[in-house]
Design a protein around this ligand. Structure first.
Ligand code: SAH
Ligand code: SF4
Length: 344
């Protein structure tokens, strides 16, 4: 009964499979999304006995919020505990005209990039589509969600089917009705899935976590590069771009000690030009336990202008939620009380 992972058609198929009319499935989805019910017995329009029977067998809420932290910039990080005890963070990023939610796709991450907290303890398990959708719904209850980014913990393309299903459910008009153009998926680079994504979800924006445009540097930063080196990842990105006909985004975390030389800037610009890609520079958000050095503000501006001089189209991402460890790369499924102790 993974209700939050169902499209309308799937909810209707479930209803008919247990001998109910199809519209009971539609009522079920309306109930969980529109009326925000917390048990089956509360579904509007359902016979009481049906709801009670399901409540005896299944628990509808998928997770509970065990902690919530609000940043001085309004960014809110929630630590959720799923039914099996797995802990996952999701982040709400409000601006006056948008409400973006950043979702996790795995409990931890198997990739283990050298600058990211999410991979420090490896991966515990994949999240199901319903568990991903639940993170969006969690923040949607407070304010209508307008955009979703798959940029929390986990590598989306190592949990591909659940990510595709979550995107479909988020688009379900009976539920959140989120247009594909309002969704962005970020990957550290799985060539087969990049090509498949162009076929499955051509309207969704894809961002590639590049971080270095030469194999030696990238393999040090993103261990996945040893399995799928740049030539393979970039060939997949070229196919992707020609199939969807839009510019992809290249993410590039700025590490003062690793990838900010003039040569790095030149290689990055050349790679972006070849792909007609937009470059998103992300100043490193410091993570306790990791040795990287955040760049000075001046060095960020200097690197950005070097990239532009070499013909790259680059913008700098403004960090959100740094004071509550909610910024890119700081999600590590732990209580903030622990985070604060480790900072002092
Ligand atoms: N696993 C996916 C999606 C999640 S990470 C991926 O790696 O693409 C979202 C973005 O934040 C990625 O570009 C990632 O490289 C970046 N990031 C990770 N740790 C960071 C840190 N400490 N500071 C700044 N950006 C970071
Ligand atoms: Fe995983 Fe992405 Fe973090 Fe790398 S940056 S460890 S792929 S979540």
């Amino acid at each position: 009964m993974d209700v939050y992972g169902w499209t309308r058609a799937q909810a209707e198929a479930w209803a008919t499979s247990i001998g109910l009319p199809a519209y009971r499935g539609e009522q079920l989805l309306r109930g969980v999304y529109r009326a925000d019910v917390r048990c089956f017995a509360e579904i509007p329009g359902w016979p009481r006995e049906l709801g009670q029977r399901l409540d005896a067998a299944y628990r509808l809420p998928l997770a509970e919020e065990v902690e919530q932290h609000v940043s001085s910039d309004g960014t809110t990080k929630s630590l959720l505990r799923y039914q099996d005890g797995a802990l996952v963070e999701c982040v709400s990023i409000p601006t006056p005209d948008r409400h973006t939610v950043c979702v996790s796709t795995q409990v931890g991450c198997p990739v283990g990039c050298s600058f990211c907290a999410s991979g420090l303890a490896g991966v515990e398990r994949n999240l199901r589509a319903a568990e991903i959708v639940w993170q969006v719904l969690h923040h949607h209850r407070r304010r209508r969600v307008t955009h979703v980014v798959f940029m929390g913990s986990g590598e989306p393309f190592l949990n591909y089917d659940a990510v595709i299903q979550a995107i479909r459910v988020l688009g379900e008009p009976l539920g959140l009705g989120l247009g594909r153009r309002r969704i962005t998926v970020s990957t550290s680079g799985v060539p087969m899935r990049i090509r498949q994504f162009a076929r499955d979800e051509p309207q969704v924006t894809l961002a590639l976590s590049l971080h270095a445009a030469d194999d030696a540097t990238r393999s040090r930063l993103v261990p996945l590069n040893r399995r799928w080196p740049l030539a393979e990842v970039l060939a997949a990105m070229r196919d992707y771009a020609s199939q969807v006909g839009r510019r992809p985004t290249l993410e590039y975390v700025l590490l003062a000690d690793a990838n900010m030389s003039r040569v790095h800037a030149e290689q990055l610009a050349a790679t972006a030009r070849a792909l007609h890609a937009h470059i998103n520079l992300i100043p490193y958000n410091p993570v306790a336990d990791l040795a990287h050095v955040p760049p000075e503000r001046r060095a960020v501006a200097a690197f950005a202008s070097m990239v532009r001089r070499y013909g790259g189209h680059a913008t700098v991402r403004r960090p959100r939620g740094c004071d509550i460890a909610a910024a890119c790369g700081q999600l590590r499924r732990q209580s903030l009380a622990l985070f604060e102790t480790s900072q002092h």
